[in-house]
Design a protein around this ligand. Sequence first.
Ligand SMILES: C[C@](O)(CO)[C@H](O)COP(=O)(O)OP(=O)(O)OC[C@H]1O[C@@H](n2ccc(N)nc2=O)[C@H](O)[C@@H]1O
Ligand SMILES: Nc1ncnc2c1ncn2[C@@H]1O[C@H](COP(=O)(O)OP(=O)(O)OP(=O)(O)O)[C@@H](O)[C@H]1O
Length: 282
Amino acid sequence: MIREKAKAKINLTLDVLFKRADGYHEVEMVMQTVDLSDQLLLEERDDNQIVLSCGVPYIPLDNRNLAYKAAALLRERYGIRKGIHITIDKQIPVAAGLAGGSSDGAAALRGLNRLWNLGLTLEELAELGAELGSDVPFCIYGGTAIARGRGEIIERLPAAPPLWVVLVKPPITVSTADVYGNLKVDEIDSHPDTLGMIQALASGNPERIVSGLGNVLEQVTFKMHPEVERLKSQIVKFGAMGALMSGSGPTVFGITDRESRAQRIYNALRGFSKEVYLTRFL
Ligand SMILES: C[C@](O)(CO)[C@H](O)COP(=O)(O)OP(=O)(O)OC[C@H]1O[C@@H](n2ccc(N)nc2=O)[C@H](O)[C@@H]1O
Ligand SMILES: Nc1ncnc2c1ncn2[C@@H]1O[C@H](COP(=O)(O)OP(=O)(O)OP(=O)(O)O)[C@@H](O)[C@H]1O
């Protein structure tokens, strides 16, 4: 029996460079793990089955679940004939832009690598993870990193300063495929400065980090759901140094360097939304 944490991510920057021939978008994004995680429990079974349990009712427990896919991929690739029961204690909001499913997939890969003594390196696990989804390789490593390609090429960065993050997930669902599908790459009004963000992180200066926040998918999701943009303004009004939408949304987050300020923003937002989380960079 093994336990493995699956941590959520936010995008500090998300830039799209062009649309590729394979339908994916070439991206450049600075990703940051935050202290909000699902917990996976991995238990061997005597039969040959992959069985999933999760307390959240609307999450698929079959081959659509990325943790299931991770187990199936390892079994197929390494000829493993062992059953596994994966219990997911879900804390990361679902379909939020926080890579919850991707992180469960990555945690299953890391945990099963240990349970089944496969001896795979993080690099090898990340390569397998890329077969499951674009965000999975980053979730294998976690921390602070830049992601390129369709998101699967990871360059790790030194740890960022421990800033506070207040996350709010509005009660709407956006499809990542639809958001990318509705993006007109030649109409992007302003691209984030990826290199500038890397330098800002290296400086450790919160003002510089916050002023570099940028996500080109915001313009698409804001057009589909104007309430997401309003929520972002509200976070700043309540005292965040800066705010941004994570991934394809709809979660927006605010950043501050002081815990007391973060707590105040959290309390204020709780009046507006049921899904508010107070967390920090990890
Ligand atoms: C928005 C982000 O979460 C930011 O971290 C990621 O870019 C998306 O990562 P993900 O959810 O793991 O995405 P995938 O499951 O690989 O792809 C879902 C769909 O999003 C679109 N997609 C995704 C990644 C990418 N670089 N270009 C794309 O156009 C594709 O239509 C794809 O079919
Ligand atoms: N382990 C899982 N946990 C949650 N959702 C999952 C999982 N596996 C597959 N899914 C499916 O993936 C969909 C997107 O959920 P998820 O929480 O991964 O979105 P997300 O945070 O937007 O991810 P990303 O940022 O990687 O796009 C869900 O609606 C669900 O049907």
